[in-house]
Design a protein around this ligand. Sequence first.
Ligand SMILES: N[C@H](CCC[C@H](N)C(=O)O)C(=O)O
Length: 275
Amino acid sequence: MPIRFTKMHGIGNDFVVVDWREDAGHVPSAARIARLSHRRTGIGFDQLLSIEPARDPSCAFYYGIWNADGTPSGQCGNGVRCVAAWLDREGAIPRHVPVRLESPSGPVVVQVTGEGMVTVDMGEPVFDPARVPLDRPAQATYTLDVDGDEVTVGAVSMGNPHAVVFVDDIDDPRVDRLGPRLTVHPAFPAGVNVGFVQRLGPDHLRLRVHERGSGWTQACGTGACAAAAVAHALGLAGARVNVDLPGGRLAIDWNGPGQPLWMTGPAAFVFEGEV
Ligand SMILES: N[C@H](CCC[C@H](N)C(=O)O)C(=O)O
């Protein structure tokens, strides 16, 4: 059964988008997704994104998310901008107006504002450790033992789990060693995406993310949201934060608890294909 797809990326976080609006639900096995995501012997992608009929009648469409290793996720920030741009190109959603899309972790609201620019209401960051999930009592930050190293993290869910570590220099080789070890730390029973943040100011962060299920990526949309939310909660950032990732910049707007968090950034088409 051939799979027709669109290759896209959001500031270098790259995706294969498949149109399952007519034939939803035939999810490939984790092993097949892992073969397809391989950078040499497959198409190569960080995540597979499906576009399917909405299950929630208040939403226009549903999108599914699978990491490079075939594991599912509840949210993908760069991915939902690409889904919105894909639907915009199809003429399946209007521009310049809010459109509800249904993710595995619930609805988000997208707005395609122009050629390849999308703003997304990602919902409210969730700091309750039980909902990250994180096996620790609620605190502002958590000190974890990582193979003998003590690491202090913030923890938040954007519909998927995030640990946020503040460092002096995200290019420090220690970061390369810590990322993969923190992603599988037993305190996070579902694994965790690990963002390393270098604070340049209250409105400017540098960020690198070791993603659950995909490893180091050029960008992580929910990771940028998580970094800005934790920085804001710790009094280290204001309401508008520019987050610079290796692949580019995302603008995050959050006014604090009880408020939705907005992410704005690009979405790009690369090629169409069939496999
Ligand atoms: N690896 C993530 C999913 C993709 C998130 C990232 N690509 C984004 O743009 O938010 C997880 O397992 O929760």
